[in-house]
Design a protein around this ligand. Structure first.
Ligand code: HEC
Length: 169
């Protein structure tokens, strides 16, 4: 892709990735940017997990999501959690067919109902590839990266926006 076609944020991500000496398996900068966009906009994970994914959200009406910066889950478990949600615990299932054919924990909607587990509606459903993009974004930028600070905030938003100014260096 020609550099002229890339948005500044994408170029910044690419620089960060190359400075960090990206491993072979690592998603490229465009994938990470797509994952971040899904997290913030379409999938609206931030409504419950907060924009920094640390569980501190802006809208107190939404359920309290886990602190994803400190999650112990591996990639497969994160993918499954996004796909299948956590019935009865407020985490929505993003796979449109999650409890239709047993693909999630071998359970169908009727099994959830029988067990008295309610499933939270997701803001939008995601395709399998989109779920992987979100998971890879989280693993590259969020999980185990420590608390959000000013430098990480500026990188995350692509500029020194107001929410970053309130954070410690
Ligand atoms: C409606 C609120 C809500 C939304 C939207 C939401 N979550 Fe969650 N999420 C939760 C809650 C609540 C939990 C804690 C569930 C529990 O106690 O087991 C959770 C748990 C998780 C976990 C498990 C963490 C752990 O360590 O066990 C992951 C991973 C996760 N969410 C990722 C996401 C991602 C990625 C998105 C967007 C695609 C998202 N969530 C959207 C509410 C939400």
């Amino acid at each position: 892709m020609a550099a002229a076609m890339l948005k500044p944020a994408t170029i910044a991500l690419a620089l960060v990735a190359s400075l960090a000496g990206a491993r072979a398996q690592e998603p490229d900068a465009a994938d990470l940017a797509a994952g971040l966009r899904l997290f913030r906009a379409k999938a609206n994970c931030q409504a419950c997990h907060g924009w920094a994914a640390d569980g501190r959200k802006m809208d107190s009406q939404m359920p309290d999501g886990a602190n994803l910066r400190e999650t112990q889950l591996d990639r497969k478990q994160i993918v499954t959690t996004i796909q299948c949600g956590r019935p009865g615990a407020g985490m929505p299932a993003y796979d449109r067919l999650a409890y239709s054919d047993g693909r999630c924990h071998g359970m169908k909607s009727a099994d959830l109902a029988k067990a008295g587990l309610t499933l939270t509606d997701p803001p939008a459903t995601l395709a399998a590839r989109e779920i992987e993009l979100v998971a890879d974004f989280l693993l590259a930028k969020v999980v185990g990266k420590g608390p959000m600070n000013r430098a990480r905030c500026v990188e995350y938003w692509g500029g020194d926006v107001d929410v970053c100014k309130a954070l410690a260096q």
